[in-house]
Design a protein around this ligand. Structure first.
Ligand SMILES: CC(C)(COP(=O)(O)OP(=O)(O)OC[C@H]1O[C@@H](n2cnc3c(N)ncnc32)[C@H](O)[C@@H]1OP(=O)(O)O)[C@@H](O)C(=O)NCCC(=O)NCCS
Length: 163
């Protein structure tokens, strides 16, 4: 029997600097160092106070940290900078809930164009496509894994309201 939590047991809360321990714990579990996608604690702490930046935490029924997202809205553009869910809590809707929040939050704050970068080959691409994101470009050698291997990034975009 799976121990993965059901979506109804998960709440999304706005996170702040006091939550960075939880966020970095998720980051470490969610992202393989092989691909160079994870951010450092100082990168996260540095961007948090910036205008338009929001970090969300998905917490389970006992308050445990299961997932997070980091997004930024500037004028009519919004970017999903990071999203991660710990391995044992995957495929039960937490990623989708964080994407849905990104879309609704960005729209509320006036963004009309939503975008993100994702490593070519990342399973997350299927989730983004389900949420209406479409391929708009490729950045060669954007990510560097811990052994120096380089990976392309795909740029995915979505209008705030799908037509
Ligand atoms: C990508 C990630 C956030 C998805 O989180 P999640 O909570 O498992 O996502 P959800 O359960 O909401 O998935 C919703 C749907 O998206 C699709 N999907 C999600 N992950 C997928 C994967 N790895 N491969 C294929 N489809 C996937 C599925 O259709 C899924 O629905 P289903 O489980 O009913 O089939 C998680 O796998 C993760 O943390 N990955 C490592 C970090 C990362 O690469 N982040 C993205 C780049 S910043």
């Amino acid at each position: 029997m799976s121990s993965a939590p059901q979506p109804r047991e998960v709440i999304l809360v706005t996170a702040g600097a006091d939550d960075l321990d939880d966020v970095m714990s998720i980051m470490k579990q969610a992202f393989s160092p092989d691909f160079g996608e994870a951010w450092t604690r100082s990168q996260c702490a540095g961007i948090l106070p910036m205008s338009g930046v929001v970090m969300m935490l998905a917490r389970g029924g006992r308050g445990e940290a299961l997932g997070f997202s980091l997004l930024r809205t500037v004028a009519d553009e919004a970017e999903l900078l990071l999203i991660g869910v710990i391995p044992h809590a995957r495929r039960c809707g937490i990623g989708k809930a964080l994407i849905d929040h990104f879309i609704s939050h960005s729209t509320t704050w006036g963004a009309t164009r939503l975008h993100l970068e994702v490593r070519d080959g990342n399973g997350a691409i299927a989730m983004y496509q389900l949420a209406g994101f479409k391929l708009a470009g490729r950045r060669r050698n954007y990510y560097r894994g811990n052994n120096g291997e380089l990976f392309d990034a795909l740029t995915l975009v979505r209008a705030s309201r799908e037509v």
